[in-house]
Design a protein around this ligand. Structure first.
Ligand code: NAX
Length: 326
């Protein structure tokens, strides 16, 4: 029997977590031979409902789940964490400006970054989901000076999976047959879904779809998919976000298959001319618990312009909270 790993999850009684936690505890993220301990973190007002969720998890009698611990603070919640999934964030309320939202979240992710630095495993792998996810990851990482920025990431796998699904539907193949799509940049409407490397059933996707459809319909559809879902169901994505979290952490921990590319927002080391230090979504490959940016991909002028646009948005986000960074 393997040694149990400790997984910390914030926002644990929210919409995404209600889809995520049962699957995670069943072994879908790290494999059905990996025992785990869940450390669930919420704000104090949500502790009663979190306690209820913990009872339900217990009642599943899942063979891998060794313990469930609940906390109203990240310092205890992150203690000894091998994995940290940061879902809880301040949502935008009526009348709140974009900068107010960034500042409110900066306070949350500053404290969580410090808590990870001081209490988590020195090898902790951190995924930020709560929006604005890329900039929240930047803030958490900057507040964790003892951890490598590469231990932090933000979720763009949902955008990646959406791209695969929409391309597959358009071409009449299964999503599994679509490989090597790339999301560049921010998890926002400026993200750039890039199909230049994409293959469907082994053939170039761009040779099979009309360029005008790709540029003028498919890209905006992927960029606006989150809003489309909110409009349709009255809540933001939950089950699909949970799936993306499982995929992201699974690939990080256990590796990407074959030569597949996945999308993750990671610390920019300047690859592809992207501003160093931003958390920017790149094409990634993972082996033995380490993810690296896939190098050497040719970029069209169209791609370069889109990549710059989403970089500029991330730089503006960083500028608005720069005074709060250590
Ligand atoms: P919910 O509002 O259902 O749940 C959020 C939970 O977080 C609440 O229970 C709240 O009490 C808790 N929380 C807030 N601040 C906290 C803190 N400081 N510590 C611990 N818990 C805290 O939202 P949900 O639908 O679960 O979405 C969560 C976040 O994910 C949102 O910011 C959302 O915008 C973001 N998303 C990001 C996605 C991505 O791809 N990066 C996709 C899905 C989602 O939209």
């Amino acid at each position: 029997m393997k040694k149990p790993v400790c997984i910390a999850v914030t926002g644990a009684s929210g919409g995404i977590s209600s889809s995520l936690l049962f699957r995670l505890a069943a072994g879908e993220m790290l494999g059905r031979d990996q025992p785990l301990i869940l450390q669930l973190v919420e704000v104090s007002q949500a502790m009663t409902s979190l306690a209820g969720l913990a009872l339900e998890l217990e009642d599943c009698a899942l063979p891998l789940l060794q313990d469930i611990r609940i906390f109203d603070n990240p310092e205890e919640g992150f203690n000894g964490a091998d994995y940290a999934i940061l879902i809880g964030a301040r949502p935008r309320s009526a009348g709140m400006e974009r900068n107010d939202l960034l500042t409110a979240n900066a306070q949350i992710f500053e404290r969580q970054g410090k808590a990870l630095n001081d209490f988590a495993s020195p090898d902790v792998k951190v995924l930020v989901v709560g929006n604005p996810a890329n900039t929240n990851a930047l803030i958490a990482s900057r507040n964790a000076p003892d951890l490598d920025p590469k231990q932090f990431s933000a979720l763009t796998r949902l955008d990646h999976n959406r791209t695969k699904g929409l391309v597959a539907k358009h071409l009449g193949v299964t999503a599994e047959a679509v490989e090597n799509v790339i999301i560049w940049g921010n998890h926002s409407s400026t993200q750039y879904p890039d199909l230049n490397q994409a293959q469907a059933a082994g053939k170039s996707v761009l040779n099979q779809i009309d360029e005008s459809y790709y540029h003028h319909e498919l890209i905006p559809k992927i960029q606006q998919r989150g809003s489309e879902i909110i409009k349709a169901r009255g809540h933001s994505s939950a089950a699909s976000a949970a799936q993306a979290i499982i995929d992201h952490m699974h690939d990080w921990a256990l590796g990407t298959q074959n030569d597949d590319i996945v999308s993750m927002a990671t610390f920019s080391d300047g690859s592809y001319g992207i501003e160093k230090g931003l958390f920017y979504s790149f094409p990634m490959q993972c082996h033995d618990g380490v993810c690296e940016i896939k190098q050497g991909l040719a970029l069209s002028e169209f791609s370069k312009a889109r990549m710059l646009e989403t970089q500029q948005e991330l730089m503006a986000e960083r500028a608005s909270i720069n005074h709060l960074l250590p």
